[in-house]
Design a protein around this ligand. Sequence first.
Ligand SMILES: [Zn+2]
Ligand SMILES: [Zn+2]
Length: 422
Amino acid sequence: QMEARQPGFNPQTLVETMVWDKAHQRVVTSSEGMEGGAQPGVPFSSLRLVDVELEPLGHISDQQEYRVMVGYNVIASLLPEHRGGEAGQVGTVPFRRLEDARLRLVNLGPRSSRTSAPDGVGFPVCTVCGEARSPFASPAEIENFSKGHEEVCGRGTSWVALHADVRSELLLLGPFEDDAAAINAVVALQIGIRRVLETGDQDLEVMTLKEADDREVGVLFDPMPGGSGLLPLLRQHWGEVIQAARESLSACDCESACYRCVLNFRNQQHHGALNRHAALNALTDIDGSFKATHAIPPSFVEQSVDTDAADSKAEEWFTALLKTKSFPLYDAAQYQVSLSGGSHTIADFAFTTAKVLVFIDGLSKPIHGNPEQQRKDKVARAKARAQGWSVVESSAQALKDKTMAAALLDELAVYLEAVEGD
Ligand SMILES: [Zn+2]
Ligand SMILES: [Zn+2]
C-alpha cells in the first residue's frame, strides 16, 4: 500500500535537501546544517521512500531486471526524536538504548564512480511519477528518459538519493577503542542472534553511525514496523548470543573474513572493515551485563517556525506536530474524496485506514476566506462524514497555537484510536 497510489498524492513533498560531508562520511539534513552555519560538503536532493520496509536499500530479488552485485553507499544518521531510554556500559563499552527512535538511512547510490550521476550522487528518478533508470544507464538513455518524462510529467530527470526513516528501538554500542570494532561487534551479534533466537525470516539490521565527535558506533535496529521484539530478546539472551557468535566465528578457517563467517551481501559496504578476529575481540569487549547509569529523557524536535510564513508551511507544521507527539503520520496529502452527487473534496491530509480527513483551512486563503466557499466546504465535509469519514478541521495558524493544537490532537487521537482498538 504505497502512498503514491493515493489520488492527489504529491511526491515533491518527499524530496528533501541534504548535505553529504564526504570527509566524515556523514549526511546532514539541511535544517540541522543551517543552525550551525554552512555545512561543508556536497548538497543533494533525496527522495523519501515510504512504506517499503527498506527493500530498495539493499535486497536483490529475482524480479529485478539486472541482478548485479552493486554496492551502495548507505549512510545512517540519528534523527533527534526518540522517546527516551537509558545509557550505561556493557562489558567495557558504552551503550545507549533509545525507545521509538528515528534512524535515517540515506542511499547515495552505487559506490562505483562509473555512474552517470553529475555529482556522483543518486539515482535518475522522475519525481513526478516515480519511474527510474539505472544510475549506470548511458547518458543517451538518461537524456531520452528525461525528455519523455518532461513531456508527460512536466519535469525531467532529477538525480536523487533515496532515504528511509526507520522508526525503531535502537541499541547503540560504542565508541570502541578502535572504530572498526563497532561494525564487527554488531555483525557478530547478528550472527549470534540467528543461531540463538528463533528469528524466522525476521532479522535485526545493523549499521554504523558517525557521532558528532567523529567516533563510530554500532547500531542494531528492528526493521519490522512496530517492532518484532527481537531487541528485548537480544538483551535478555545477551550472554548466549555472544557465546554462539564466538563459536561460529572461531569455527571458520579463513584468514580474516569470508561468506561462511562475517560477510554477507547486505553488509558489503563494510567488507573492508569486517574481520572475524576483530569481531571476536569486539565480542570480548561487550561481554558482560548491561549496567545502566542514567536515563535518557525523551527528545522532541523544537520547531522554530516563523508564524507569519505562508500556508506552504502548514504541511511542515502539521507533520512536525504529529512527530512531536508520536502520532502516526497521515498516509496521503491533498487527498481527493469523491462525494455523492458526483462532486469531490480535497482534504489536506488523510489517514485512509482510520478514515480520517484533516482540513487545514487557510492553506489557500483566498479560497477558504470567502463565505460562499465556507458554505460549500461545510456541505462537502458533511457529505464526507455521511460516507463514514471522520473530519478534523483546523486553521493553519491554530497549528502553531499550543492550546489549539493540543485540542486538535485530542480529537484526532479519538478517531485514530477507535480504529486501533478493533
Ligand atoms: Zn514521470
Ligand atoms: Zn570465514
